[in-house]
Design a protein around this ligand. Sequence first.
Ligand SMILES: Cc1cc2nc3c(=O)[nH]c(=O)nc-3n(C[C@H](O)[C@H](O)[C@H](O)COP(=O)(O)OP(=O)(O)OC[C@H]3O[C@@H](n4cnc5c(N)ncnc54)[C@H](O)[C@@H]3O)c2cc1C
Length: 386
Amino acid sequence: MRRDIFTAEQADFRLLIRDFVAREIVPCYQDWERAGEVPREFFRKLGDIGVMGMAIPEEHGGSGNADYRYNVILQEEASRALVTMGTVRTQLDVILPYFLAYANEEQRERWFPGLAAGTLLTAIAMTEPGTGSDLAAVQTNARREGDSYVLNGSKMFISNGQIADTIIVVAKTDPKARPAHRGVSLILVDKDAPGFVRGRKLDKLGFKGQDTSELFFEDCRVPVTNLLGQEGQGFKMLMEKLQQERLTTAVGSLASARRCLDDTVAYTKQRKAFGQPIAAFQNTQFKLAEMATEVEVGQAFVDRCLAAHVRGDEIVSEVSMAKWWVTDLLKKVTSQCLQLHGGYGFMMEFPVATDYADAAIQSIYAGTNEIMKVIIARRMGLESRE
Ligand SMILES: Cc1cc2nc3c(=O)[nH]c(=O)nc-3n(C[C@H](O)[C@H](O)[C@H](O)COP(=O)(O)OP(=O)(O)OC[C@H]3O[C@@H](n4cnc5c(N)ncnc54)[C@H](O)[C@@H]3O)c2cc1C
């Protein structure tokens, strides 16, 4: 079905990005996977064509007028080409909104030009070895000493951890605050800060082309001017900005499901068994027809969420619904498509094997699907008795 949420200018942008992905990512993507990270040079190239700064104000080196639909196009075109722009997504969709909403004028001058040029790479460190879903329980703390914060703690599973120049760290500035979330703040740690140590680049099931790392803070000293927003407001800021991260996860998952399905339709038309194409069996047709239906149903809902998000509506429940439903759909689609490939589906040279592996994380990060249902239920007035 024709999608009516994009402008003509955005349709042109899609063609530009499709060409860019084919030229700049596809030929070297296996190198990224082997290295387990995206080369810095790639971000600079995206900066050169204006993508890294498309939401950053002109006075700070960006073009300043792009709404979230441009990010959606990036996601969709990467999924279409079976590559992840994972860390670009982290920077543009997840992290930049914090800078745009909460950086003060001095911080804007310090960080925005590098963000727009693609020379300043970022990460956001919420998860810790001991806590992920329960964000208010983070143990990393930031003690005020004169004009500095002194951070101690460790973070786990951090996207971009190896290549980030500056990291938004979720830390407790008031560990005794009750309720606990009132003690949470967001503090920027630069890579050269004394006491900041990068840990292992973790070995993963999927998403091999981007790094996921451990980080350590050992009496790590940063100036108080690195506080983002207000002390004690970190949890509220996270809750506000996680809406877009979750929507992004749904957008990318749906685009991957659609492409995996298209690949499988093509495969089943050419693979033969018992003297006929696999696609001629009724089981194959019904499975493909069911999946095509669910992808279209998902697209209708996701596009509705996108339009509402761009308008600035508060759609926390709907985005949580989209995130869990679409990422579960992706797992179902990749699993069924792999089955329709037979033994070839288990071979890494067939895209469906990568799709299957990459699908596993989508229901876990950006808030697990169980947490999405907790949010929806709470907003339906259903209180937990646990
Ligand atoms: C590839 C990758 C990239 C990531 N990137 C980042 C990043 O850049 N920054 C960052 O901060 N984090 C990142 N993460 C971490 C990710 O956000 C967490 O893994 C996720 O939030 C889940 O936390 P956890 O792993 O501690 O699981 P846990 O919280 O231990 O959950 C384990 C299980 O218990 C369930 N559970 C927990 N609480 C409830 C409840 N109340 N009701 C029902 N079930 C519940 C969960 O749904 C899950 O199934 C990344 C993870 C991966 C794998």
